[in-house]
Design a binder for this molecule. Structure first.
Ligand SMILES: NC(=O)c1ccc[n+]([C@@H]2O[C@H](COP(=O)([O-])OP(=O)(O)OC[C@H]3O[C@@H](n4cnc5c(N)ncnc54)[C@H](O)[C@@H]3O)[C@@H](O)[C@H]2O)c1
Length: 261
């Protein structure tokens, strides 16, 4: 009897109903993966039969465990995990204990919950990889953002620790730090005037003078999960159009710029 064809690879993506997570789910589906698309929100129809939405709150450890095992049992394993789900809660000096609990549970423990549950499945996969979504906000101070920025810095540290512990099972773990990406969250902030008004303003935070697209972050995530990144683990990859490379002088063309130091 001939051997059965190998099963399609399986990617589990959180926050997959929208923005970067959705673009990532679509990218993996295009590459022939079966995609488990986890989110607390209903996913709009993707048009791809390879994408399987599942309603899951990443902060709910029991629900995550059950969903991850269900995905592995249904599709034969899990090869890739991409954590995009996040709370954008931005609070500063007025933050409440309840707000801290909520944002830490979703943004940091949520990733731990998913990777913990997926670990035995990833360990059985050849070339398994995890990508966590941090942010430029992990690396710089921004006003009134103790909560969001702290969780994003924590994700960079968590990624390194996961990379160390999971390397023994052949699992690579990296993070990406997107700059300003044109997603529903950013579009909502631009409600007064839209992209036409705000891209020229916010675009100047980046060397490339524009916002990024969700598909551009998905492409970097796809690379980190691919065999082309087989010797890359424990790193944070900025996908930020040069945001983090820029100094306080900005693009150097304002009237206050006096030349080189
Ligand atoms: N858009 C940007 O400019 C930007 C920049 C840097 C980093 N990021 C990061 O990229 C990731 C994706 O952001 P986005 O802009 O695509 O946002 P988005 O709002 O478009 O998507 C986030 C998704 O996460 C889901 N989600 C929220 N809480 C959840 C929970 N508890 N369990 C499961 N799903 C949950 C939401 O329902 C939503 O579908 C986030 O981690 C965000 O912090 C975004």
């Amino acid at each position: 009897m001939e051997n059965a064809a190998p099963r399609p690879k399986v990617a589990l993506v959180t926050g997959a109903a929208s923005g970067i997570g959705r673009a990532t789910a679509e990218l993996f589906a295009e590459r022939g993966y079966t995609v488990a698309a986890l989110d607390i929100a209903e996913s709009p129809s993707s048009g791809s039969a390879r994408i399987h939405p599942l309603l899951v709150d990443v902060a709910d450890r029991d629900r995550v465990g059950a969903a991850v095992d269900e995905v592995a049992a249904t599709h034969g394993g899990i090869d890739v995990v991409v954590n995009c789900a996040a709370s954008f809660l931005a609070r500063g000096v007025d933050v409440t204990p309840q707000e801290w609990d909520s944002v830490l549970r979703i943004n940091v423990q949520g990733i731990s919950n998913v990777v913990q549950a997926a670990h035995p499945h990833l360990a059985r996969s050849e070339g398994a990889a995890v990508v966590n979504t941090a942010s430029i906000s992990a690396h710089v101070a921004q006003p009134q953002r103790w909560t969001y920025n702290t969780t994003k810095s924590a994700i960079v540290g968590l990624t390194r620790c996961m990379a160390m512990d999971l390397a023994a099972d052949g699992i690579r773990v990296n993070s990406v730090s997107p700059g300003w990406i044109w997603t529903p969250e950013v579009a909502a902030a631009a409600a007064d005037g839209g992209r036409e008004r705000w891209e020229p303003v916010w675009g100047r935070f980046h060397l490339l003078r524009r916002l990024g697209e969700a598909a551009e972050v998905a492409a970097a995530i796809g690379f980190l999960c691919s065999p082309d990144a087989s010797f890359i683990t424990g790193v944070d990859l900025p996908v930020d159009g040069g945001y983090l490379a820029m100094g306080p002088e900005g693009l150097g063309d304002s009237s206050s710029f006096a030349g080189s130091a």
